[in-house]
Structure formats: C-alpha cells, structure tokens
Design a protein around this ligand. Structure first.
Ligand code: SF4
Length: 396
C-alpha cells in the first residue's frame, strides 16, 4: 500500500476535524433542545404537584370551598309575617278518636283523605334552619303540628335554644309525658302560650276521648287506666300552681266523644286559672277531610288569610295547618327559603285552587277548614271572647 503524502494526511486530518466539529455542533444543538424540553416538562410536573399538594393542605378560611349556603328569606314586613307550626315529631302516644293518628293504620281515613306519612323526629340541622328562617318571616311559632312534641328526645334542648327570639312562641301538648324539667324550661324559655289539650275532666270520658299511655309526674311510671285522668290533672295543677308559670290555655275539643263534659270542664278549671290563663272550647274539625263526627260543621277555608306555614319534621312546608299528610307541600326549607316557598309558583298555583270541596287532596273532602266560629274563651272573670272574635284575634 503506497504511503500517503503529507498533503493527503493534512486533508484527512482536516476532514476528521470538520466531522468532529459537525458532530459536536449537532450534539450541542440536540442537547439544548433536550434541555429546554426537560426544563419545560419539569416545570409542568412541578405545577401539577404544587396543585395536587394544595388539595391536601388544610385550608385557610380564605380558600375554603364552601358548598352554597341555603338561601335566606328577606325580613318580612309585619303585615306579611306568618304563623308557623314547627313539627318536632309526628309520632303520638295517644289515639284520640277525633284525630287522624287513630286511623293511620287504615288504608283511608274515615273522611276520605289519606294519612300515611312516615313517622320521624326533627334533626338539629332542620330545627336550626327552620328557626333561622322563622326569625325573618314569623310572627308566631307554634311548636306542634301533628304529633306529641314532648316525645322528641331533644325537646328540652330545642326549647332552650328558643329563649332569644323575635316571634311569639307557643307550645302544644297532650300533657301525658310532661315532666318537671319540661315545666321549668317552659318558664325559662318565657313561652308566650302553653296549650294543654285535655278534652275531659271525668276519668271515663278521658279514657274514651284521649286513650294512650300517661306517665306519672311523681314516679315517672305509666299509670293504670283508672288513674290516667288524675295523673294528667296532677300535672296541670302543678303547672298552674307555679307562681311564674307562663300564660296557659286549657283546650277542650267538643266532639261526640265527650258530650256533657264541657260545662264540668269549665267549672272545674276556672278557679285555678291565673290572670293570663284561659279555657278554650273548640269545635271538632274534620282535619282537612279526614275525620267524621256529627258535630263537624261546615265553614270556609282560611289558611291563606291566617298566613299559615307548617314545617314538618323533615323540613317540608305546607300552607295548611290541617294538611297532616303534607299533600299540599310547597317544598323543603332545606333547599329553598320560606320566601321562595310561600310566594313561589307552586304556592300561587295552590292559592287559586285550595278551598273546601275543591278537586284537590285533601281539600276535596275538607268541609270545615279551621272552623273557629263556635270557639269560646273562658277566663277567671267571664267568657272573654267567642267565635268570630277569636278568628279576628288570630288573623290580626
Ligand atoms: S280546604 Fe284545603 S287548604 Fe283549606 S283547610 Fe281544608 S284542607 Fe286545608
């Protein structure tokens, strides 16, 4: 093989250098691209990590993601304010024959309207929400709609939470389960009216008109049938004897189950009434077309005039205080404000259709609305007010 000349060697060396240079250049250019690619990718990964990391961080109050709060009603003008019934529970320990509770196991109530609503107890969340709305929309809150409210396990707690309020507060009870602690909370909560449903003063009549277990105030035990009236009366006497007891109404519903008992009831209790207490004689109602009794008398529906709103133990609202099955439900306060419910589309639709005998459940079989025209109010001095006067008092 001939030896390469000096010239050839120089050329080969020059070619090798150029080739090396090209390779270095190419490598450098590719590395630069790779570097930037890598840097970009790294920054994106860091970003993702930083976002992901923030999900697990405890959130400061500023960056907490709050699910949208429940809508609040505007404060109602005085003339718009509602009479709200809050139902702690629709469970009752009595089965009074003039009440739909007595027939809830039947496929249909005697009057033809249904009552098959599920039993339940109001949760603290529903209670807080309903009361919060009542602060803006209610002039009167009645604790009780359909059931014995003292059966609620948080009855004392709920009552104590109602001390500061911008509305009048009233409670209903059949007295059977009332305890000394409940009477004390009625006083400390400064209740505006305590309504005690009695309907009788004679043990035999009481056992027919108001059957169900009664607990003794002194022993806390369920008493024998023969002692039921005495046990209830003992509680009423104990309450009325408390010097700081709140204004009290002793309620007597005039039905075919307690005939002949009315005057005895008035005469028995009147001497024990304080100056702010009274006896109220009421006419039996069909309960929105559920009950049948020869003493039920027809009357027009007045629920929109009174501005009723019932909130049941689940938070569902109805404009009728006799709609015990919530067939006229407007919706739930756990989703909408009372303002939206009471003035909304559904309410307007119902307003033009409710009324005794109208083709709507339960109005279809309702003949008497809230017939207060025969009501009598008796106090220490004499009869204080009657019938339509009482209607006016409630509407005003
Ligand atoms: S007519 Fe209807 S809305 Fe009126 S009281 Fe009777 S059930 Fe209630």
């Amino acid at each position: 093989m001939p030896r390469a000349s000096r010239q050839d060697r120089r050329e080969r060396l020059g070619n090798a250098k150029r080739l090396r240079k090209r390779i270095y250049k190419s490598l450098f250019r590719n590395n630069l691209i790779s570097f930037f690619c890598l840097a970009f990718l790294t920054s994106q990964v860091a970003l993702v990590w930083s976002k992901a990391g923030s999900c697990n961080q405890p959130r400061s109050p500023d960056n907490v993601v709050v699910s949208s709060p429940l809508p609040a009603s505007r404060p109602f003008e005085q003339h718009e304010k509602l009479v709200v019934s809050l139902e702690f529970t629709n469970v009752c320990n009595f089965k009074c024959p003039f009440c739909p509770q007595a027939y809830e196991d039947l496929p249909m109530q005697p009057g033809g309207s249904p009552y098959d609503r599920k039993h339940g107890f109001m949760s603290r969340a529903v209670f807080d929400r309903a009361v919060d709305e009542c602060r803006r929309v209610a002039k009167i809150v009645e604790l009780g709609f359909f059931g014995e409210q003292t059966l609620h396990p948080q009855y004392l707690e709920f009552m104590a939470a109602l001390v500061d309020r911008p509305f009048q507060l009233e409670t209903n009870t059949n007295v059977s389960m009332v305890t000394q602690a409940m009477m004390r909370v009625w006083v400390s909560s400064k209740l505006d009216l305590v309504r005690l449903s009695l309907d009788a003063v004679t043990p035999e009549v009481f056992n027919v008109a108001r059957p169900g277990p009664v607990r003794s105030l002194t022993t806390g035990k369920i008493v024998a049938d023969a002692d039921r009236m005495a046990a209830v009366n003992e509680k009423v006497h104990a309450w009325l004897a408390m010097p700081d007891h709140r204004p009290t109404r002793l309620v007597y519903v005039n039905s075919s189950y307690n005939q002949g008992e009315k005057q005895k009831f008035i005469d028995y209790w009147t001497p024990f009434l304080g100056k702010d207490d009274h006896v109220l004689i009421k006419q039996v109602l069909s309960y929105g077309g559920k009950i049948v009794d020869p003493l039920i008398q027809s009357h027009r529906c007045n629920v929109w005039e009174v501005k009723y709103l019932v909130i049941d133990n689940t938070g569902v609202a109805s404009p009728c205080n006799l709609d015990t099955n919530m067939d006229l439900a407007l919706g739930s306060v756990m989703e909408k404000s009372v303002e939206e419910l009471y003035f909304g589309e559904r309410a307007q639709w119902l307003k033009s259709r409710t009324g005794c005998g109208n083709p709507l459940t339960p109005c279809r079989t309702c003949t008497d609305g809230n017939n207060w025209s025969k009501n009598e109010k008796h106090g220490r001095a004499s009869t204080c007010a009657t019938g339509e006067q009482l209607v006016q008092l409630r509407v005003a």
